[in-house]
Design a protein around this ligand. Structure first.
Ligand SMILES: *Cc1c(COP(=O)(O)O)cnc(C)c1O
Length: 385
């Protein structure tokens, strides 16, 4: 049989045909008048999805480049920052901040849990010199969502402290209100919820953060957000724009605007809910003990079966690319994304392939149990409309 491929990983995610076609057109010059309305419309679309009046800058890099720019544009060496570290990407904040000479204090969060928000308030009270609080909205490695709204409201009371959110997998899957929740800097990436290939990072910057930018003494050249801001005001980017990706971004944003914010969030919440219920119906446990992410579901491998083998069997035998576990979760969990260009049948495909995989690996499953659960949830939701 041919092995048709299905991409159900938490990045890169599938790209809709409308977007693919738009990116296949001949390259236009990034300083030409043809490009101006495209960038203008993309930048407004980004403010819409970010729910912000702040600038949202477009960088030609992966999400991690956006994270680096959040560290080296707003701080100076030796300054103290607080990192909520509950997984692989929390660790990345720590590593980047340390690489740039910041004095990092951490709130370690056991993998699989959401941060206890009271701990943030405690640390801020204990250390009056904390200049920034760094967090993930959705910690992709553990499938957990942190309570950004509450942490944002806490940090807002500290005049000298910026609230910096890695929303790389969360944006689009969760309703995140940048301005209302006091998020000063928020990073996201093209290949997660945005239905685009890898290669762009987006970063919003509040007035409070721009003021800090003036004082920041860290060396920078490529990621110079002040220069990006000046250029974006003229519908340009500092260096050569990633023309095709930005054309694709504009198309993807049009699709999202057609669907509407509320519907996008509802869809992600429904897909996540159906995935979780189906997995439990099969007899597996979800990994998160805290609030689960709507972008990705992390599932515990059953006793005696290696999670990496599940992940490899899904891909090699069934053509379904999910994700394995990272670092200390390797072998212990595997993950299905329901992010971006995803609908109910992506969930059904994933759950069906999982049932067959588990059976092949000797785990007792009744075929169709998980699939039926997902179908039940989708059909109920549709009849309510
Ligand atoms: C994917 C991801 C990143 C890293 O993004 P890259 O594009 O691989 O650099 C960072 N944080 C989170 C939460 C992610 O999901």
């Amino acid at each position: 049989m041919v092995l048709k491929k299905y991409l159900l990983a938490p990045g890169p995610t599938p790209v809709p045909p409308e977007v693919l076609i738009s990116m296949a057109l001949p390259i236009i010059h990034h300083r030409s008048p043809d490009f101006v309305p495209i960038l203008d419309s993309a930048k407004k679309g980004l403010q819409w999805i970010y729910q912000t009046k702040n600038d949202v800058l477009i960088l030609c890099s992966t999400g991690t480049g956006g994270m680096v720019s959040a560290v080296n544009n707003f701080f100076s060496q030796g300054e103290k920052v607080l990192v909520i570290n509950g997984g692989k990407f929390g660790e990345r904040w720590v590593k980047i901040a340390q690489a740039y000479g910041l004095n990092v204090i951490e709130i370690p969060v056991e993998w699989g849990y959401s941060v206890d928000v009271n701990r943030v308030e405690e640390e801020l009270k204990k250390n009056s010199d904390i200049k920034g609080v760094f967090i993930q909205a959705s910690e992709t490695s553990t499938g957990v969502y942190h309570d950004i709204e509450t942490v944002g409201k806490i940090v807002k009371n500290y005049e000298d402290t910026l609230f910096i959110v890695d929303s790389i997998s969360a944006l689009v899957a969760h309703d995140i209100k940048t301005d209302e929740w006091g998020i000063d800097v928020m990073v996201s990436g093209s290949q997660k919820g945005f239905m685009l290939p890898p290669g762009l990072a987006f970063i919003s910057v509040s007035d409070k953060a721009w003021k800090r930018n003036e004082k920041s003494k860290m060396p920078r050249f490529y990621f110079n957000l002040k220069k990006e801001r000046e250029n974006l005001a003229k519908n340009q980017t500092n260096f050569t724009s990633a023309v095709s990706l930005i054309i694709g971004l504009n198309e993807a944003l049009k699709l999202m605007q057609k669907e509407g914010l509320e519907n996008i969030f509802r869809r992600h919440s429904l897909l996540a809910h159906a995935t979780r219920e189906a997995v439990k119906e099969i007899g597996l446990n979800l990994f998160p003990k805290g609030t689960p992410s709507n972008a990705v579901t992390a599932i515990e491998a059953p006793k005696g079966i290696d999670g990496q083998v599940i992940y490899k069997t899904l891909r090699e035998k069934h053509g379904v690319t999910a994700a394995g576990g990272q670092d200390k979760l390797k072998g212990k969990v595997f993950r299905f994304a329901h992010l971006g260009y995803a609908d109910k049948f992506d969930v059904i495909v994933g759950i069906s392939a999982l049932e067959m995989t588990l059976k092949e690996l000797g785990f007792p499953v009744t075929f169709g149990k998980g699939v039926a659960k997902a179908e039940e949830i989708f059909s109920k939701e549709e009849n309510q409309k």
